[in-house]
Design a protein around this ligand. Sequence first.
Ligand code: HEC
Length: 191
Amino acid sequence: MSHRIPAIALALLVCASFAAAAFARTKPRYLPEYTASGELILPKNFHEWIYVGSPLTPNALNDGKAGFPEYHNVYMEPGSYEIYKKMKVFPEGTILFKELQLTVPGENADGSRKEPSGRGYFPGAFNGADVTVKDSKRFANTGGWGYFNFNHSEPKAPTAKVKAKEECAFCHIAGAKKDEVWTQFYRLLDY
Ligand code: HEC
């Protein structure tokens, strides 16, 4: 009798372990970081984020001068993705990272080349990044998202100033399917 753990202690222990398990399931979030003057600091560890898609607009299909001839590899911050899956809205602080990645130089007029898997386009060097951040207060005049360019070349800039509405937001507002994000091209986010 004296060695028995009292029922109440046992119940507490069970509760605590359930709470710990629930806590462990919630991913920590990486939130946007700004300099004192309000520039966005290049987000950290984006290569470990949730990969959502890679639109490709090669030069050969755009009169030889595509604005973005690279793959547009898009990543979403994982803590925000967890919330998005449940709530189906982009939470405040969401970061979407579009890294540009050149194709390996082509052998044909359309920029394609032949590799053992077939003729096509293959990912080569990284080439800068565009980033969007959801913050309804800070970016109220561009619909709640801030737009940043971290160079269209390497290395990526360490910080970036927010872009004016007529440079970026106008086009996203006009054509993106959900809350200024082109979810129509990202199967993981299209709901
Ligand atoms: C003329 C229209 C247009 C303009 C201007 C534009 N974008 Fe986009 N943006 C798109 C389209 C279309 C996509 C998705 C397809 C793609 O990547 O080709 C996209 C995708 C993105 C993505 C990936 C996440 C998402 O919303 O789908 C980011 C980040 C992004 N753009 C940032 C920017 C930034 C920063 C600027 C300004 C420097 C900018 N965009 C200007 C059309 C535009």
